[in-house]
Design a protein around this ligand. Structure first.
Ligand code: PAF
Length: 298
């Protein structure tokens, strides 16, 4: 496994791999790697001949200085995780490697209108511009590849897909299923900041999503009714303060009034639990049902 700190070094290694006819997989991360990240690496390892992981805590996507200061940094352990997952190249740039003008303003940034402006945007001003900017840079450094992102950050995935498509970037964006704890809590690097009580309470998000999905299965088609079902479940957990629970179109993330086609609808939620803002989401149909639907349609 090679560890590179410069963009030029990373680009040279990946250009070299492609020159030998090898396909490249990229897993962008901010470190503090957990099994969710490992699942992205496993998928990339299976589908690509050379796998690169980037580890960079991107200051542009944090609004609150306290949030970035509290973000877990576990580089030594992360490198062990990468090595065990069969990563070929780990790109670990410093902040001035990515943003040479830092800490002065970064003059050129990326903005994806529409999909960036909803849900998480209301409480995280500029967050998706920061994500889009760093991901555009990582794509420019990596070159043609498949890039793997978790569905847990569903809005982020939608923003990245839209950017790659609008800018004709030579990158295939691959969304991968959320990995969950046994009680349903979606894995996140932020979970370590929850107290024992908060951690137990946080599982209510996945229970609320499951209730929303069950309501769709039972024939509920009103977006507002699905939101109410999810809200009701969260209301039963006093440590969890719901921000939003909505049924949205899975492509542009606009709230749907009526769930005409559950296979194109996503249920999204966000809540504050102690010091941590948690997000979660699921398809309005289970994967099994989506597969069944695809079989009937083909
Ligand atoms: O999901 C993350 O860890 C980050 O937002 C990403 C995509 C690596 C960009 O910094």
């Amino acid at each position: 496994m090679e560890i590179v700190e410069t963009a030029a070094g990373c680009r040279d290694l990946l250009n070299g791999a492609r020159a030998l006819g090898r396909t490249v997989g990229l897993v962008p991360t901010m470190g503090a790697l957990h099994d969710g990240h490992v699942s992205l690496m496993v998928r990339a390892r299976a589908e690509c001949e050379v796998m690169a992981v980037s580890i960079f805590v991107n200051p542009l996507q944090f609004g609150d200085p306290e949030d970035i200061a509290a973000y877990p940094r576990t580089l030594e352990r992360d490198l062990v995780v990468c090595s065990e997952a069969g990563v070929d190249i780990v790109f670990v740039p410093g902040v001035t490697e990515m943003y040479p003008s830092w800490p002065s303003t970064v003059a050129t940034t990326m903005s994806v209108t529409g999909v960036s402006e909803r849900w998480e945007a209301a409480s995280r001003l500029g967050h998706f511009d920061g994500v889009a900017t760093v991901v555009a840079k990582l794509f420019a450094i990596a070159g043609p590849c498949r890039a793997y992102f978790g569905e847990k950050d569903f809005q982020q995935l939608a923003v990245v897909r839209r950017m790659a498509s609008d800018l004709s970037l030579p990158v295939e964006v691959v969304g991968c299923p959320t990995v969950r704890e046994a009680d349903g809590l979606a894995l996140s690097s932020r979970n370590v900041r929850l107290s024992g009580e908060e951690r137990a309470a946080a599982a209510v998000l996945s229970r609320a999503l499951a209730a929303g999905r069950a309501a769709v299965d039972d024939g509920v088609r009103s977006g507002a009714a699905l939101a109410a079902v999810m809200r009701l479940v969260v209301d039963g957990e006093p440590l969890v303060h719901l921000d939003y629970a909505v049924a949205v179109d899975a492509g542009d993330l606009v709230e749907v009034g009526d769930v005409a086609d559950p296979s194109s609808v996503r249920l999204l939620m966000a809540a504050q639990v102690g010091p941590v803002r948690l997000i979660d989401n699921c398809a309005a149909l289970s994967r099994r049902e989506v597969r069944q639907l695809e079989r009937t349609m083909s």
